[in-house]
Design a protein around this ligand. Structure first.
Ligand SMILES: Cc1cc2nc3c(=O)[nH]c(=O)nc-3n(C[C@H](O)[C@H](O)[C@H](O)COP(=O)(O)OP(=O)(O)OC[C@H]3O[C@@H](n4cnc5c(N)ncnc54)[C@H](O)[C@@H]3O)c2cc1C
Length: 328
């Protein structure tokens, strides 16, 4: 790790000024510090926003605004999140460990990098994301954790966040601030597929900060929602596959369905085809299977992760079946 300057941001204006002039934003540091230590990323100045004590505010319409510096632990424990968006609380609690959730921030979680082992192996592996044009050792290598949807010849890495899968399912909006002003982007559009430029992972521009995340007023399927994560060990492991699901029924039929998938793509994958296929059907497992198969029609598994197709199917059916049986 090369020497760098550490500055604690006085406020958001100070943080933005420093990031605009080239400093890297430091949240809890639970990903960035590892990346710097291992020389995967470089920085000359860090501006720490973790002490800004951001808040979670209820909007007049019943939605929430969550400041970027709110910790994962505080967000998971918030009573309105637990009551109105249970999928988000459960996704957060499925991630990392209690100690890491106490440090990790909302902004940092959204911008955490992939866990592809070749991305971290600076001395021994080829990685187009780390070094554009170098090649991708994951394609023919250890790719059990890698993408089955939306990948490219250049990159098959997945986005590792649990929280972001729930945020995509909830139609969350990311608020950004930069030298040329403020803007907002739906979380589902914030991360971009790798294409020919896997080093570009999001629509965040140089010098921009994430200032917060907005959740819309809760719909019935947001309130009746759940998150299930399948992994190689029962805690402290990244997802092989995860499902954020929400269901609302009327007169024995599906009125609203929300599904997002984790562990399958370079971004949280909102399963809009499956959602559309479920509207108006009786909430039974054959309908759930048919819907998720429509979503997975374009899946392209690699040598080591063909099992993910069946795993996604079974996890979606399990989540939706439980939600259909849950009391309204
Ligand atoms: C052992 C271990 C296990 C883990 N397991 C899981 C898991 O199962 N599921 C899961 O989802 N995550 C897991 N994580 C990842 C963890 O959730 C992330 O490391 C964490 O959320 C990152 O948040 P942070 O605030 O520490 O980010 P940092 O490390 O501080 O920053 C990450 C990136 O975000 C940028 N950044 C931070 N805040 C902002 C902002 N406001 N605006 C612009 N840029 C910003 C930084 O510059 C950096 O590029 C695990 C991590 C570890 C170390």
């Amino acid at each position: 790790m090369t020497p760098l300057r550490y500055v604690r941001a006085a406020d958001k204006v100070d943080a933005l000024a420093r990031v605009s002039s080239g400093a890297r934003c430091l949240g809890g540091g639970t990903n960035l510090v590892d990346l710097l230590r291992q020389n995967v990323e470089q920085a000359s100045e860090l501006v720490d926003i973790s002490r800004l004590h951001g808040a979670i505010q209820e909007r007049d319409d019943g939605g929430l605004f969550i400041d970027a510096s709110v910790t994962n632990a505080a967000l998971a424990a918030h009573p309105l999140v637990r009551r109105r968006y249970p999928v988000l609380a459960r996704a957060l609690l499925a991630g990392a460990s209690a100690q890491i959730r106490n440090m990790a921030t909302v902004g940092g979680n959204i911008l955490q990098r992939t866990r592809c082992t070749y991305f971290y192996d600076v001395d021994g592996a080829r990685c187009n994301k780390r070094q554009p044009g170098a090649g991708c050792d994951a394609r023919e290598g250890f790719n059990r954790y890698h993408a089955i949807l939306g990948a490219s010849d250049q990159c098959v890495a997945t986005h590792p966040s649990d929280m972001c899968v729930a945020l995509a399912m909830l139609d969350a909006v990311v608020h950004l601030s930069g030298a040329s002003g403020d803007r907002s982007v739906p979380l589902a559009d914030f991360h971009v597929p790798p294409g020919a430029t896997p080093q570009v992972e999001t629509v965040l521009l140089p010098g921009e900060l994430i200032t917060g995340v907005e959740l819309p007023p809760p719909t019935d399927a947001m309130v009746r929602s759940d998150y299930r994560k399948v992994r190689d060990r029962s805690s402290y492991a990244f997802a092989l596959v995860s499902v954020a699901g929400g269901l609302a029924l009327a007169e024995g039929r599906v009125r609203e369905a929300r599904i997002a998938l984790g562990g399958v793509a370079a971004k949280p994958w909102r399963a809009r085809r499956a959602e559309a296929a479920l509207i108006g059907v009786a909430p039974q497992s054959d309908a759930f299977v048919a819907a998720i198969r429509e979503e997975l029609a374009d899946a392209r598994p690699l040598s080591g992760n063909g099992f993910k197709i069946g795993l996604v199917e079974r996890t979606v059916v399990a989540v939706l079946t439980a939600l259909a049986g849950a009391r309204a």
